[in-house]
Design a protein around this ligand. Structure first.
Ligand SMILES: NC(=O)c1ccc[n+]([C@@H]2O[C@H](COP(=O)([O-])OP(=O)(O)OC[C@H]3O[C@@H](n4cnc5c(N)ncnc54)[C@H](O)[C@@H]3O)[C@@H](O)[C@H]2O)c1
Length: 257
């Protein structure tokens, strides 16, 4: 890296962002693109994926939409292939696609449990494996940024399976960081607090819940998707070259209490 270059510069890198069609994934994709990365939007919803790629392109960035269901390893492999063909080999993987569900633990159905684990845990692990296998085979470094949650480190009542999958993401992050460190692959996670997206709009739309969230958040506001962009650029770039196995909480102080 030239002495004058910013360690946050991602020029020449290719990032694949799962669930990049809206919300946190789209904001992270935009942040990585502003730092210079080309972006593969790996999204299950074609309209969202195409629109996100078009938004990035119209802002002057290199971007492509890769139709992807992260619960299907073959679909993820195809997304990595499409990115390699259109943008270059993927250096950065942001495992962002995920779902949440608020149901008392005793009422949770087995089908909903399987669906949650398939997306929030299996899908994250499949993506990590594919990036790692490709980087190891090509002897290239890589950076993985997983989306965990405050719910992965402290209790979040009425979302036990969600919290369990996010706790699992934290442990995948730490364990694979150690396994893949000799290959130059860094693995870190971001732990968001409450962020205003379609996922949280039902909870944030309830006045009592919203008031409780504000009261519980030291910084006194709900997060916006763009609040995650800086953390993602940091963890994807050489600015964090000596950081691996870390979970960076971006939660307004929620887990500091
Ligand atoms: N919003 C929050 O407050 C919050 C807090 C903590 C953690 N998170 C985590 O951040 C991530 C993004 O959350 P969000 O609020 O932006 O969610 P969101 O629902 O707004 O967006 C998720 C995106 O993922 C896509 N997606 C869903 N299933 C997919 C699949 N099988 N394959 C590929 N893409 C798929 C959706 O189409 C959507 O575009 C999730 O992992 C979530 O658990 C969110």
């Amino acid at each position: 890296m030239p002495a004058s270059a910013s360690p946050f510069d991602l020029s020449g890198r290719v990032a694949l962002v799962t669930g990049g069609g809206r919300g946190i994934g789209l904001a992270i994709a935009q942040g990585l693109a502003r730092a210079g990365a080309a972006i593969a939007v790996a999204e299950i919803d074609p309209a969202r994926g195409q629109s996100a790629a078009a938004t990035l392109q119209s802002a002057g960035h290199r971007a492509a939409f890769a139709p992807t269901d992260v619960t299907d390893p073959g679909s993820l492999e195809a997304a990595f292939d499409l990115a390699a063909r259109d943008l270059g080999d993927v250096d950065i993987l942001v495992n962002n696609a995920g779902i949440s569900q608020r149901t008392p633990a005793e009422d949770y159905s087995r089908e909903d449990l399987r669906r949650m684990v398939a997306l929030n845990l299996d899908g994250v692990f499949f993506g990590m494996q594919i990036l790692a296998r490709r980087c190891i085979a090509a002897r290239r470094p890589g950076a993985i940024v997983n989306l965990a949650s405050f719910a992965g480190v402290v209790a979040d009542p009425n979302s036990a399976p969600y919290a369990a999958t996010k706790g699992a993401v934290v442990q995948l992050t730490r364990t694979c960081a150690v396994e893949w460190a000799p290959h130059g692959i860094r693995v870190n996670a971001i732990g968001p607090g409450y962020i205003r997206t379609e996922m949280t709009s039902p909870a944030l739309g309830e006045p009592d819940t919203y008031a409780k969230i504000l009261e519980r958040t030291p910084l006194g506001r709900v997060g916006e998707p763009d609040d995650l962009a800086g953390a993602a650029v940091f963890l994807a770039s050489d600015a964090s070259r000596y950081v691996t196995g870390h979970v960076l909480m971006v939660d307004g102080g929620w887990t500091a209490i």
